[in-house]
Design a protein around this ligand. Structure first.
Ligand code: MTE
Ligand code: MO
Length: 593
């Protein structure tokens, strides 16, 4: 039930003092951070995980490094078998009948045009940064799951030890370091910067891909990349026997790819690349909340796991592709792709070598550059992905459609816990002395204790939380809709942003805060929660009050809230970037993806 306007006036009249108007912004850290040094982000010490492993049975983990000797052994066995059967008459007939390539339709183009060489180079160039920054993103929550619950012990893949039995263990404590030349940037919890690389370069990669699709279909090159007859399968088997028996098939890549090659290229271009995009978007909190029907099955964790499997395909493809390019007539192959000519000259090799110098230079320079100029990386990244992020942010998600049975058995904790005397005393008194201060550009600045908050119309939602690090969980939140707070405080027309202040300091000092735009405060799923899963909100999850704003990632959902201030702009709030992680860790403001 809506409280009557009279009740609002009463709350205001009881509270209208100078103290209520005092802003908490003096407690923020307003230093400007523009490099990543050893003190950055609270100076978290490096922590290396474990070799990748997958869970084969409950509690039984298989170290994936074993795949190297197992793979080699299988290769040796494969070679022995192929050599053994190759001389059999039936196999010989089969190899004659299916030599390895299917004929192309009449009018198929011959040779590789120069634009393809450029696109191939740009693709490989972009992929390096995408893969490296992707690895850093994965390292920020080094576990994969098949359900959105992210329950410890239910991970199917991890590059980190099992979750310790500490009820307040945080996802940040779980993050791991990657060596600088592997990850991008690699340092523990450098996900803010890794995302600029990953999402920024993604847009370039996607653009290159769109041009590629347009060109292959307008030039007929697609005929060389799409299997057009069922004999692709016997031909692929034939090629496999020929490779494994070490009597390799005739190279004809200038005109026509062999069956296995065609299959590998087809899967990479038409399945893996689009899947990379779709699974990437599947991780967006804004899209997942908006397209609930899809995300019911295709949850963020399914998307993450598949995104990782797509990566595995790309890595496998790259290893085999490069090996074969270099072992099946390297000069000719390099001429095809780098010089669009079909001969054995060194021209292609030299172009390739020069391009590799560029690649190696950029590879080596990327991480140190990022630590020295993080704001440049952020600016360029935002210029590239920002438009899409801003677009997706304007999604007013409909009320929570999860049900009680979707509630996660385990909900990760995150962030830095409050340690101040002020907070400890309030906590000791069960928050009887707690007051939420609402001020700034409002007609009616107020302070509300928990009793007054509970007397306001009750709002509940069962929603999914998305942490930028990658874990997720569903919980039921009970409290007050932010719309109710707006109705009560009556923001003035100049109020454009709403700053939420925490009792807790961030890792580099100064209290934690975030400043979402005022439009988001009227969304159906924006609320202040004092209950979680029908219980009082716990200490770890933000007692006595936290923000929920479901089109946004978790870091924007301030816990342990003590004040809400309506402002015209946030230039003078903290260091002026709209949130603690924006000021300190180079997170972006609009993070709907
Ligand atoms: N005050 C404060 N609020 C915070 C944080 C923090 O460090 N300090 N971390 C944020 C992050 S990164 C996430 S994912 C969520 C985690 O909420 P949970 O611990 O209830 O899962 O809280 C957010 N709110
Ligand atoms: Mo988070």
């Amino acid at each position: 039930m809506e409280p009557s306007p009279g009740e609002h006036r009463n709350i205001a009249a009881n509270n209208n003092t100078d103290e209520i108007r005092r802003s908490f912004r003096t407690e923020l850290d307003s230093s400007h951070y523009s490099k990543v040094d050893e003190h950055w982000a609270g100076g978290v010490p490096p922590q290396y995980g474990v070799a990748p492993r997958i869970q084969v049975r409950h509690g039984k983990w298989f170290n994936l490094l074993w795949l190297i000797p197992i793979g080699l052994l299988l290769l040796i066995i494969g070679v022995a078998v192929a050599k053994g059967i190759r001389s059999l008459p039936g196999v010989q007939d089969f190899l004659i009948r299916y030599p390895g390539t299917s004929p192309l339709p009449d009018g198929a183009p011959v040779g590789l045009p120069a634009w393809l060489g450029w696109q191939h180079f740009l693709n490989l160039f972009f992929m390096i940064f995408i893969i490296r920054s992707g690895a850093t993103i994965l390292s920020d929550h080094p576990r994969l799951y098949w359900t959105r619950h992210s329950t410890p012990g239910k991970d199917w893949f991890r590059i980190q030890k099992p979750v310790p039995v500490d009820p307040l263990y945080t996802a940040k404590a779980d993050s791991i370091t990657l060596p600088d030349g592997v990850g991008l940037p690699g340092r523990r919890h450098s996900i803010g910067l890794a995302r600029w690389w990953h999402l920024g370069i993604d847009t370039l990669w996607l653009l290159n891909g769109i041009v590629f699709f347009i060109l292959i279909f307008t030039t007929g090159q697609w005929m060389r990349l799409v299997p057009l007859s069922w004999d692709i399968f016997p031909n692929s088997l034939s090629v496999a026997i020929q490779y494994l028996s070490l009597d390799w098939p005739q190279e004809s890549g200038w005109v026509n790819y062999n069956g296995l090659q065609l299959l590998a290229y087809f899967i990479t271009v038409f399945i893996a690349a689009p899947a990379a995009l779709i699974t990437g978007l599947g991780m967006s909190p804004a899209l997942s909340t908006r397209f609930r029907a899809i995300s019911t099955y295709f949850s963020i964790q399914v998307a993450r796991s598949l995104h990782f499997l797509v990566l595995c395909w790309f890595i496998l493809f790259i290893v085999i592709h490069v090996t074969l390019v270099l072992t099946t007539g390297a000069l000719r192959n390099l001429n095809h792709m780098y010089a669009s000519r079909n001969d054995d000259s060194w021209v292609g090799f030299w172009i390739f070598a020069a391009s590799m110098l560029v690649v190696i230079f950029m590879w080596v320079a990327a991480t140190p550059f990022t630590y020295r100029h993080p704001r440049v990386v952020q600016k360029v990244g935002y210029a590239l992905i920002g438009p899409a992020q801003r677009l997706f942010e304007h999604i007013d998600s409909k009320p929570g459609q999860y049900t009680e049975k979707d509630i996660s058995p385990y909900f990760w904790h995150n962030g830095k816990y409050p340690e101040t005397e002020e907070y400890k005393q309030l906590q000791a008194g069960s928050f009887a002395g707690y007051k939420l201060r609402i001020n700034g550009l409002v007609e009616n600045p107020v302070e509300l204790d928990l009793g007054q908050l509970r007397a306001l119309p009750h709002h509940e939602q069962i929603t999914q939380h998305f942490c930028i690090q990658g874990w997720s969980g569903v919980a039921k939140w009970g409290g007050v809709s932010m719309q109710t707070i707006l109705d009560l405080a009556k923001p003035k027309p100049e109020a454009k942003w709403v700053v939420f202040y925490s009792f807790a300091a961030g890792p580099e000092g100064g209290i934690y805060y975030d400043a979402p735009p005022i439009e988001q405060m009227s969304y159906h799923l924006t609320m202040l929660a004092y209950d979680m899963n029908d219980d009082l909100l716990s200490f770890g999850h933000g007692a006595p009050l936290r923000l929920r704003n479901e089109t946004q990632l978790g870091f924007k959902l301030v816990k342990w809230i003590k004040g809400i201030e309506f402002v015209e702009n946030f230039d003078d709030v903290g260091s002026g970037l709209g949130g603690y992680n924006n000021d300190h860790e180079f997170f972006g403001y609009h993070q709907s993806i």
